[in-house]
Design a protein around this ligand. Structure first.
Ligand code: ADP
Ligand code: ADP
Ligand code: ZN
Ligand code: ZN
Length: 856
């Protein structure tokens, strides 16, 4: 196929021309999109927006970039495969800004990503005030070299020269001590090699699960392959398998579903959440954890901490929210210490501060002024992280680049979205093309151009419904988006009747992050929306304080036993360990009304699995009924296959080459790992013996290749699979493939899958559902499906609390709690609460102002 390489011709028509795009569900799409514009790609979830913007345009730009670099370097980069497209002309080099956490270094911070840290370090190195006798002037010309003043690396806890030698720059000494997990490695697992496991039944359970997973529990532990030992001791995965308990001499036990937890995870989990003192004490004996006595958590070596600017060390500066750091630097210009510096160093200081102020204003303009430089990026939401990267790009001075962004409005309050739009226009203004995958009405209305895809999801989508200026979208036939952008856009489904709170759950004296002695009352038996600009304290109040309080109450009640594994896992990630420093902890002085809640369900956007083996079918539990179905077929009975034969976690049934992954990774020395479909099973994951069994002519591998919709027909008489599939398709996920690896699901998809996994369990008693921005990543049409489900949960007597920015959703809530007025220290208070219409009528807050137009 003819495909242009290199930059667009000088004399071309300013268009990126795509011909015959067929990646994923794209239906041989031809489309011309203007360069140097803000272009929004929209459409219901699964319609093909990302397939066009990321998997085609961005991927093609990457391919061309790779073709242009030396073959030697090319081999060092993960190349992926060329997108399925006939040709693309006029394509500039592209940069993708995504929301996903790279999962990279845990030491990455707001300061390292934005590069503010580098400049701050130079400032302390060159224009800092050193202790008497150690100033650069004092040391000029001295020998040996190591007597010289500190270079900027010495102010970084991530370098060998800067890090506190006691804690290696971590600030704390804590963690599971992996070396203690195994007591005697000459013993086998069955003989008790693993010291850190709980005793009695639970320890045997884990042992038996490992046996089911194909691990030799009778070999001396130290003889197991190193990789296996490491995995079973430390993994965060929690595979669930059918356990056929190892039979003791005289007893035969029944099989059951068992979920694995590695010793490291068990220790963390028990220490963070267990109420039983003896269990916590046992867990603690496998950990170490305390504030570093040398640096007191400041992470730097003592010499670096002695250097100050305006009387403060660099740890102080990096702990300030960016907006306050800016004020601090401003004041530093006039500080007596700065004025006392020799002229040359003083001038260097002024220049560095001027540069820093520019960087800081870009970050503050994107609504990130409440973040501190030292904040680790792993604690940021996807939206915050993406805006942080955007700020870096805004200052990079690149032009002629195509930026592809993934829902940049995620996590932004309506009043912050204006700032985002300004930033996008700035990127465009400096000669770049800005393509966004978006649903937000404000962003769509202000885009120069809209590519609307659909009409449906998966094979019902993949076509272009509108390609033109935003104002012309209203005329597009078939466009679901057009309906939602019009003046008489449909409202999200509201309650049948206005609901009255049945009871109240009251928290008193909530303190943590930016909340100080806050009182908050949540109405039970209603849908409550917690709103506020990002950084105002919503997550701290809902995900931390409320969840933690309810959880502690339920544990004390002994309700722990029956909890589903997904929930238990959730809990561990949210629970902040008791040894966390005081400022990371959220405390609640007292509470009332907890007795009205029987069960807590936290549904968030965290990925649902990190291995290619977890997928939609395994996560929701529907695969269990599929495996039973296959085991009940005549062929399976003849061959003596049980349901476990159809699991790709057990050796008998799976492909021996890829061990059930369906893909194999190709590891080459010094080169990145590549994956490709397994050459033996061709991605089927099973061995030929397993595939002999058919139901209605299809093998179990064929079932995994079906979409939810197809499977719903195929399995219509198989419960509970049919019920789960119906729920999935009702919530807008009918287009997903059962076997699609969990690692390729978006946050929004993952959250809805978690919700379905909860919904299909028979409701027992009164549940409290907590959701964090459930609408992010969703088209308004999908939002309506989701909100409809939430309303039904409330109709069934449950309580739903959502932290949310989407005002159509907020308008459909029974109750609204608005936090603010600002972010960080300027937020943390309840500025308005009541029924949405009352809050909007009252006015006076940013939310009220924007909400008014969504209420009839
Ligand atoms: P959108 O961005 O509009 O939500 P996508 O482009 O992500 O939609 O998905 C369009 C279709 O392509 C869906 O049916 C989806 O399941 C499928 N799809 C997306 N990513 C992959 C992938 N990596 N492999 C196979 N199919 C995929
Ligand atoms: P929202 O959910 O409204 O965006 P958050 O509750 O996440 O707000 O944040 C409230 C304040 O607490 C912000 O100033 C934020 O920077 C701070 N904060 C939140 N999480 C952490 C954390 N893990 N470590 C330090 N500060 C945090
Ligand atoms: Zn230290
Ligand atoms: Zn295979």
């Amino acid at each position: 196929a003819p495909s242009q390489t290199g930059p667009p011709d000088a004399g071309d028509d300013g268009l990126i021309k795509v011909r015959d795009a067929a990646e994923h569900n794209l239906r041989h799409v031809d489309v011309d999109v203007p360069r140097d514009r803000v272009v929004a790609f929209t459409g219901v979830s699964g319609s093909g927006k990302s397939s066009l913007a990321f998997a085609t345009l961005y991927a093609e730009a990457q391919q061309r970039y790779l073709e242009s670099v030396a073959p030697y370097a090319r081999r060092l980069i993960d190349q992926g495969s060329a997108p399925k497209v006939g040709s693309i002309t006029g394509l500039p080099p592209a940069v993708a800004l995504r929301q996903q956490h790279s999962g990279g270094s845990t030491r990455s911070t707001v300061g390292t990503v934005s590069r503010v840290s580098n400049v701050l370090r130079m400032l302390y190195s060159r224009a800092g005030t050193y202790p008497a006798g150690r100033t650069p002037e004092d040391l000029a010309g001295t020998f040996p070299r190591d007597a010289a003043p500190l270079d900027s690396d010495s102010f970084s806890p991530n370098t060998a020269v800067g890090a506190c030698p006691v804690c290696s720059g971590l600030g704390r000494l804590h963690s599971v001590d992996d070396s203690k997990l195994v007591g005697d490695d000459s013993l086998s697992i069955r003989e008790g090699a693993i010291a850190a496991w709980p005793g009695a039944w639970q320890g045997k359970n884990y042992r038996d699960i490992l046996a089911e997973l194909g691990i030799d529990i009778d070999a001396p532990f130290r003889t197991l392959p190193a990789e296996r030992r490491e995995w079973l001791l430390t993994t965060d995965e929690q595979p669930t398998v059918t356990v056929h308990p190892v039979r003791d001499a005289h007893r035969v036990a029944r099989s059951y579903q068992g979920t694995y937890m590695s010793p490291r995870r068990w220790v963390n989990h028990t220490f963070a959440t267990s109420k039983a003192a003896h269990l916590r004490a046992k867990a603690a004996s496998f950990m170490t954890g305390e504030l570093c006595p040398n640096c007191h958590g400041k992470r730097l070596k003592p010499e670096a901490l002695e250097v100050t600017v305006a009387g403060q060390d660099i740890a102080y500066a990096t702990s300030l929210p960016l907006a306050q750091l800016s004020a601090f630097l401003d004041a530093a210009l006039d500080h007596p210490d700065t004025r006392a510096l020799p002229a040359e160093r003083r001038q260097a200081g002024h220049a560095l501060i001027a540069g820093l102020q520019e960087q800081l204003s870009t970050l503050t303009d994107l609504g990130l002024g409440y973040l501190a430089t030292a904040r680790t990026t792993s604690t940021l939401s996807g939206g915050e992280l993406q805006r942080l990267h955007m700020a870096t790009q805004l200052r990079s001075g690149l032009f002629g680049v195509l930026y592809v962004l993934d829902e940049p409005s995620a996590g932004l309050h309506a009043s912050d979205t204006e700032l985002l739009l300004t930033a996008l226009r700035r990127l465009r203004g400096s000669g770049n093309s800005v393509f966004v995958v978006e649903h937000n009405a404000q962003v769509l209305a202000s885009a120069d151009w809209i590519v609307d895809m659909g009409p449906g999801a998966g094979r019902h989508g993949g076509r272009i419904l509108h390609n033109g200026p935003a104002r012309e979208l209203s005329g597009a036939p078939d466009s679901v988006t057009a309906r939602y952008l019009s003046a008489d856009a449909p409202a999200a489904p509201g309650p049948e009747e206005p609901r009255k709170p049945r009871e109240w759950l009251r928290l008193r004296g909530v303190t943590g992050n930016n909340l100080h002695d806050l009182d908050a009352d949540f109405p039970l038996g209603t849908l409550t929306a917690v709103t506020g600009v990002s950084g105002s304290g919503k997550s701290t109040l809902v995900r931390r304080a409320l969840a933690q309080t309810v959880r502690e109450h339920l544990h004390a009640d002994g309700a722990e036993a029956g909890r589903p594994a997904a929930e238990a896992a959730e809990e561990e990630e949210d629970g902040v360990p008791a040894w966390a420093p005081a400022e990371d902890r959220v405390t609640v002085r007292s509470s009332a009304g907890l007795e009205h809640v029987d069960r807590l369900v936290v549904v968030d956007q965290k990925p649902i699995g990190r291995t290619p083996r977890s997928n939609l079918a395994t996560y929701t539990g529907l695969f269990d009924s599929v495996r039973k179905l296959y085991a009940a077929q005549p062929t399976a009975r003849e061959l003596g296959y049980t349901a476990s034969r159809f699991s790709f976690n057990v050796p008998q049934g799976r492909c021996p080459h890829c061990l059930g992954d369906g893909v194999v990774s190709v590891e080459l020395l010094f080169l990145p790992t590549e994956t490709s479909p397994c050459p033996v099973c061709r991605g089927a994951r099973y061995n030929p013996g397993t595939l002999l069994v058919r139901h209605r002519e299809r093998t179990i591998a064929d079932v995994l290749a079906m979409s939810v919709e197809e499977a719903r027909e195929f399995l219509h008489d198989v419960q509970p699979a049919a019920r789960i599939l119906t729920l999935l398709s009702d919530i807008g996920l009918g287009y997903l493939t059962l076997g699609q690896s969990a690692t390729t699901l978006s946050g929004g998809e993952a959250q809805r899958i978690k919700l379905v996994s909860e919904l299909h369990r028979a409701p027992r008693g009164h549940s409290l559902y907590l959701l964090d921005e459930p609408t992010s990543g969703l088209h308004p049409a999908d939002v309506d499906l989701l909100v409809g489900h939430l309303q039904r949960l409330v109709d069934d007597g449950n309580t739903v609390v959502v932290a949310e920015h989407d005002l159509r959703t907020v308008a459909a809530a029974d109750w609204l709690m608005d936090l603010g007025p600002g972010a960080g220290d300027e937020g943390g208070r309840i500025v308005a609460q009541g029924r949405p219409e009352d809050v909007a009528r009252e006015g006076g807050t940013a939310t009220a102002h924007h909400l008014a137009r969504y209420l009839a």
